[in-house]
Ligand binder design. Structure first.
Ligand SMILES: Cc1cc2nc3c(=O)[nH]c(=O)nc-3n(C[C@H](O)[C@H](O)[C@H](O)COP(=O)(O)OP(=O)(O)OC[C@H]3O[C@@H](n4cnc5c(N)ncnc54)[C@H](O)[C@@H]3O)c2cc1C
Length: 306
């Protein structure tokens, strides 16, 4: 647990930032689940974010970065230490056919901004509900496109609190993976190199992808999107469907009847319910097809006290 002295220190180092104590995190996740953060900090500037990272490093408090919470399950025991939420860092601008977006901006907004600038390359991201920072961390992608295709560079903070620039090549981007965590980085800003395009053509692609998403995905329920990565040469959703798992429910969490790759929070699910459904699906698919389903969604925080 963080003590009052540390909270006072954080408030004096970051006078403009919002600092919440014992903050419920379910309000900040797409699954609407999760326990409380000891301290939840909303930096208002890049310098605030850098200073918060440096403080956590020197005080040895664990630091967790939360984007839009659309690819995390926060366990019911919550998160110890400091949680940083970068939602206030949401500026997006254009320079020389590059879209430069701060990491708390929604990647959907970056995609729509590119459309307004008649720039092509970010259409695939038009329905991904995460932040720019989370999209870089996950190398998010959809319908044949991914962040690696258009990311030029990022501005980041090292765990010691030093600002650095990295090219996309230095982030080791592959299918739903980057080395952001391994390097202990906080991504502050991303620069996407795009190309001139035609507004109507870009818009038509985005409309088509949105329609596909709305018809296929259970967007009416809280979820974290596709729970599992695609096993090589296979589809997680098809394996789950063929295992007759759709509709399987534990507590308030259920394998979606609309899209087998999603687990939805249909009735006040706890993170424990959700994780139990994940384990049941993994076990059943393994028994039936011998395939290990690897989680795409990140699980963070502590289990509830027994
Ligand atoms: C309905 C729905 C549909 C989805 N569709 C897609 C899809 O089509 N394609 C796809 O790829 N994903 C999809 N997702 C998953 C999710 O939106 C992406 O993985 C997204 O990139 C996560 O971003 P986030 O800001 O929500 O990250 P979070 O869930 O908040 O965090 C994910 C990880 O990123 C880290 N992180 C976040 N921000 C930063 C930062 N600034 N610096 C360093 N680390 C950071 C966190 O610590 C955490 O480990 C979907 C999710 C939902 C709910």
């Amino acid at each position: 647990m963080i003590n009052q002295k540390a909270i006072n220190e954080l408030r004096s180092i970051l006078p403009a930032a919002e600092v919440k104590i014992n903050a419920p995190l379910h309000e900040h996740t797409y699954t609407r689940m999760g326990g409380k953060a000891d301290v939840l900090v909303f930096p208002k500037t890049i310098e605030d974010a850098r200073a918060a990272v440096e403080y956590a490093y020197h005080s040895s408090y664990p630091l967790t970065i939360l984007g839009k919470g659309s690819n995390v399950i926060i366990q019911d025991g919550g998160i110890r230490g400091i949680v940083l939420n970068l939602s206030s860092l949401d500026n997006i601008h254009e320079s020389d056919k590059k879209v430069i977006a701060q990491s708390g901006a929604r990647i959907i907004d970056a995609s729509e901004f590119a459309l307004d600038q008649k720039l092509t390359g970010l259409e695939f991201a038009c329905g991904i509900p995460g932040s720019v920072g989370g999209a870089v961390y996950m190398n998010a992608g959809a319908y044949g496109g991914e962040i690696a295709d258009c990311l030029e560079s990022v501005l980041a903070v090292t765990k010691e609190g030093k600002l650095i620039s990295l090219t996309a090549d230095q982030l080791d981007l592959s299918y739903r993976h980057s080395n952001v965590e391994e390097k202990g980085l906080l991504v502050l800003e991303a620069t996407f190199q795009l190309k001139d395009g035609h507004y109507d053509e870009i818009k038509a692609i985005m409309d088509d992808l949105t329609e596909k998403r709305e018809t296929k995905q259970p967007l009416e329920y809280p979820s974290c999107g596709s729970v599992f990565k695609r096993p090589p040469g296979l589809f997680a959703g098809k394996l789950i469907q063929d295992s007759e798992l759709q509709g399987t429910r534990i507590g308030g969490a259920e394998v979606s009847k609309k899209h087998a790759g999603f687990i939805v929070n249909i009735d006040n699910a706890t993170a424990t319910d959700y994780l139990n459904v994940i384990h049941h699906v993994q076990q059943t698919v393994k028994d039936k097809f011998g395939v290990d389903l690897e989680r795409e969604v990140r699980v963070i925080g502590e289990p509830p006290e027994a």
